[in-house]
Design a protein around this ligand. Structure first.
Ligand code: HEC
Length: 195
């Protein structure tokens, strides 16, 4: 009896592990993405300040431009360092935060304030476009995929420097992509000055 219970538990344990390999994305059975609660323990790629290319930034004043912080799961990051490419099941999080000018001892410049939005992007080689976008903006998790007609898909595909992603804005990865020869030519938005 004990052996049988052990075997069943072992099989169940393996099943659960197969659904959630490593530090990659976790989906519900109907394809919604669970918000990765520990994304702030992932690899930080860069922070943009007041970058204006999308709807979230439009409502913000120029005086207090929002920050965006970009994180990627560690396994995908290590793969990128080796190859200059993103593996299947790479997951990025873009966290948008308000910026604050006055507070505590700060006399000038800006520091990061409240959370404004959390968005995600997952590489899925089984889908035609290979990348899927998600928004957790109303705090809702799991999130349904954003429909393929959304501008997320077209802007990233056209202007991302490596695959669908904005490596031209991630200073430590830009050199890796150059060395591995994986930058698109011509480069996207930042192409002229940094190429
Ligand atoms: C007009 C162009 C544009 C549109 C539209 C756009 N993005 Fe982006 N996105 C960018 C840029 C530029 C960056 C780099 C940000 C930085 O450097 O801080 C970025 C970065 C990201 C990242 C980090 C990973 C990466 O690809 O580099 C995620 C995740 C992301 N965007 C999600 C979204 C989602 C979700 C939408 C649609 C709701 C969206 N984006 C729409 C331009 C765009």
């Amino acid at each position: 009896m004990k052996t049988a219970t052990f075997v069943i538990l072992t099989i169940l344990g393996r099943g659960a592990a197969a659904q959630t390999p490593g530090d990659g994305p976790r989906f519900t059975s109907d394809g919604r993405l669970e918000k990765p609660e520990n994304y702030r323990e992932w690899i930080w790629l860069s922070s943009g300040l007041g970058m204006s290319y999308g709807p979230i930034s439009e409502g913000m004043s120029n005086q207090d431009p929002p920050f965006d912080n970009v994180f990627v799961n560690p396994a995908a990051y290590r793969h990128f360092l080796r190859t200059g490419t993103w593996p299947d099941k790479t997951i990025f999080v873009l966290e948008v935060r308000s910026s604050v000018g006055k507070g505590s001892i700060n006399q000038g410049g800006h520091f990061q304030g409240e959370l404004v939005a959390v968005e995600a992007e997952v590489k899925d080689e089984s889908r035609p476009g290979k990348w899927v976008f998600f928004g957790f903006n109303s705090g809702s998790s799991p999130a349904k995929p954003i429909p393929p007609a959304a501008t997320c898909y077209s802007c990233h595909a056209q202007h991302g420097a490596v695959d669908n992603t904005f490596v031209q804005f991630y200073p430590t990865l830009l050199g890796v992509a150059k060395a591995k020869g994986t930058l698109k030519t011509p480069l996207g938005i930042a192409g002229t000055s940094r190429n």
